[in-house]
Design a binder for this molecule. Sequence first.
Ligand code: SF4
Ligand code: SF4
Ligand code: SF4
Length: 167
Amino acid sequence: MSNKTSRRSFLKGAFDRAAAMRPVGALPAMEFEDVCTGCGDCARACPEGIIFRDSEGFPVVKLRRGECTFCNACTDACDTGALVAGNAWPWRARAKASCLSRNGVQCRACQDHCESQAIRFRLQPGGSSQPLFDADLCTGCGACAAPCPVNAIEFTEISQQLETSKC
Ligand code: SF4
Ligand code: SF4
Ligand code: SF4
């Protein structure tokens, strides 16, 4: 992929789409799209079957389809250098406004599936409960995402969460 195409994609992305969740070990977004050939080796290597192709042919992880076990099979399968062992996984979970519990409906499905015990609930006036995700305990594995009955779990990059918390 040419630098021109990648840069255009980046600038477009900066304005109208959120950062894509690339497989474990991915280079930063612009570099990744320059180096990744879209060969699909990472997707074929993933035992959980959670790596798909996005509209531009790049691999994207869909935690709604299953949990990442951090087995590193995707990283190991990448011969281009787009996925590099040791690069930290930057994603952390949080609940969107559509969360049942936030809207007064009893639900603890995400908490029940979190082995890291990263989720607790804070009671709110009126009977709703706010799920709180501890970014230090959360590994970004996604085990909470598929069990959520209303697809209310989203993942953001740690740097983005820090920016949001400053606002
Ligand atoms: S680390 Fe393993 S489970 Fe996670 S996306 Fe890569 S191959 Fe799949
Ligand atoms: S599983 Fe989904 S709807 Fe239920 S409490 Fe968690 S985020 Fe909310
Ligand atoms: S992503 Fe994993 S560690 Fe984080 S809250 Fe969900 S289940 Fe727990």
